[in-house]
Design a protein around this ligand. Structure first.
Ligand SMILES: Cc1cc2nc3c(=O)[nH]c(=O)nc-3n(C[C@H](O)[C@H](O)[C@H](O)COP(=O)(O)OP(=O)(O)OC[C@H]3O[C@@H](n4cnc5c(N)ncnc54)[C@H](O)[C@@H]3O)c2cc1C
Length: 342
C-alpha cells in the first residue's frame, strides 16, 4: 500500500493531542486511532470513498478524477458542483502532513459500568473488546451485535469505537446501535469538553459536528431499564468484510412483561446520508401493547423514515423493504427476549 509522506506525533494526553491539532492545522493534520479507515483514505485521497457518486461522475482510468468532471446530481440538497467536486475542494480531504497517533492514551481504552448503572466506553476501545464484555452483551446487546459484525477479526482488533463513530459513515456498525441505545459522545477540544447525542453527531457522509481540533474521548450509555432489551442486525451481501446494505438497531422497554411499550428507539444505517433515528416508530408504539399488528405498523413507520439511494450494494426500494422486514423481526426478538428474561 503506497501512502503519502507524513510525520507521526504521539501525545501522552488528550490535551496534548488537541494542542497538536491546533498547531498543525494549516499544514494538514488528522487523528490516528486504529487506522483501518484513515490509512485507506490516505492511500486514495483524491476521491474519498464515502463521498456519494452521482451518474455524472467520471473518473480517470488511473483512478484520478478527470479534469472535466461532470457532476450534476438532481438532488437539490447536493452541494454546488456535486458531491465529488465539493470533496475535491474540501481541505479536510487533502493528504495530511501530520498524523496524531492516539495509541498512548490508555485512559481512553476502558469499558466501565459506572455506579449509577450506566456504561462508559472509551473511544480507543477496540471493536473486538466490545462483544467480549459480558455487561455489554447482557445490557447493551445492540452495541455488542454491531461490533461483532464489523469487518473481520483483523479489522476488529485494530479498529476502535471512536474511529467508527468519528468517521461518520452512514453504515457504521457501532454508530447505529449507539443511536438506538441513546448514546452520548464526549468531545474534548482546547477550550473544554462538550457532549453530543449520538443521533446529532453525523451531518453527512464523512461529515460531523466535531470540530477539527476536537477528540472524541468516550461514549456514554444510560443505565438499562427493567423489562428492556436491544438488538442490531446487519444485512450485507456477505457475512464478513462487507459494509452493510441496511443496518437496523432496536431498543425497547415495556412497562412490565406482557405490558405496553414504555419507550422505544429504532436506528437505521445505510439508508440515508447519516445513520438515522427513526422517530416515527415511537409515535406508533408508545403506550401500545406490542402485538403483531402494532409491531407491523411500527416497522412500516421505520421504513417511511428511510431515505436510501440506489448503489452497488442494493436498490433504494429493496433497502426500504428490508428496513421494514428487519425492524419487525428485531422488535419481535426484543419483545420475546424481555418475556423470557424479564
Ligand atoms: C477491510 C475493512 C473492513 C471494514 N468493515 C467495516 C464494517 O463492516 N463496518 C463498519 O462500520 N466499518 C468497517 N470498516 C471501517 C473501519 O474498520 C471502522 O470504521 C473502524 O472502527 C475505524 O476505527 P479506527 O480506529 O481504525 O479509525 P481510524 O482509521 O484511525 O480513524 C477513522 C477516522 O476517525 C478519526 N478518529 C479516530 N479516532 C478518533 C477520535 N477518538 N476522536 C476524533 N476523531 C477520531 C480519524 O482522524 C479518521 O478520520 C472496515 C474497514 C476495513 C479496512
Amino acid at each position: 500500500m503506497i501512502l503519502p509522506r507524513f510525520d507521526v506525533l504521539v501525545p501522552e494526553t488528550v490535551d496534548q493531542a488537541c494542542a497538536m491539532l491546533v498547531e498543525h492545522a494549516d499544514e494538514g493534520v488528522r487523528l490516528l486511532a486504529g487506522g483501518t479507515d484513515l490509512l485507506v483514505d490516505l492511500r486514495r485521497p483524491i476521491i474519498p470513498y464515502h463521498v456519494p457518486r452521482c451518474d455524472g461522475c467520471t473518473t480517470h482510468p488511473e483512478g484520478k478524477v478527470a479534469s472535466t468532471v461532470r457532476c450534476e446530481p438532481s438532488d437539490p440538497l447536493m452541494p454546488a458542483g456535486g458531491p465529488l467536486r465539493a470533496a475535491l475542494e474540501d481541505p479536510r480531504h487533502a493528504a495530511p502532513k501530520y498524523l496524531v497517533s492516539l495509541h498512548k492514551l490508555n485512559q481512553l481504552k476502558s469499558i466501565q459500568v459506572l455506579g449509577d448503572g450506566s456504561l462508559k466506553v472509551g473511544a480507543l476501545t477496540t471493536i473486538a473488546a466490545i462483544p467480549r464484555s459480558p455487561e455489554i452483551r447482557r445490557s447493551w446487546t445492540a452495541l455488542a451485535d454491531g461490533a461483532a459484525n464489523l469487518g473481520s477479526p483483523l479489522v476488529r482488533n485494530r479498529g476502535t469505537l471512536g474511529g467508527n463513530i468519528a468517521n461518520a459513515r452512514p453504515a457504521a456498525d457501532t454508530a447505529v446501535p449507539a443511536i438506538a441505545l441513546d448514546g452520548t459522545l464526549t468531545l474534548q477540544g482546547p477550550s473544554g469538553t462538550r457532549t453530543v447525542a449520538a443521533e446529532d453527531f453525523a451531518r453527512g457522509p464523512g461529515l460531523s459536528v466535531m470540530k477539527p481540533d476536537e477528540v472524541l474521548t468516550e461514549v456514554h450509555f444510560p443505565p438499562p431499564l427493567p423489562h428492556a432489551g436491544s438488538a442490531y442486525y446487519k444485512l450485507a451481501n456477505r457475512k464478513a468484510l462487507e459494509i452493510s446494505t441496511v443496518g437496523v438497531a432496536v431498543w425497547l422497554a415495556l412497562e412490565k412483561p406482557g405490558g405496553p411499550v414504555k419507550d422505544v428507539r429504532v436506528a437505521l444505517g445505510a439508508v440515508g446520508p447519516t445513520p438515522i433515528l427513526a422517530e416515527s416508530v415511537g409515535e406508533v408504539l408508545a403506550g401500545k401493547t406490542p402485538d403483531e399488528k402494532v409491531l407491523g405498523k411500527a416497522a412500516m413507520a421505520a421504513a417511511g423514515d428511510a431515505r436510501p439511494i440506489d448503489d452497488h450494494r442494493g436498490a433504494a426500494w429493496y433497502r426500504v423493504q428490508m428496513v421494514e422486514l428487519l425492524t419487525l423481526r428485531l422488535l419481535k426478538t426484543v419483545v420475546e427476549r424481555i418475556a423470557s428474561h424479564p
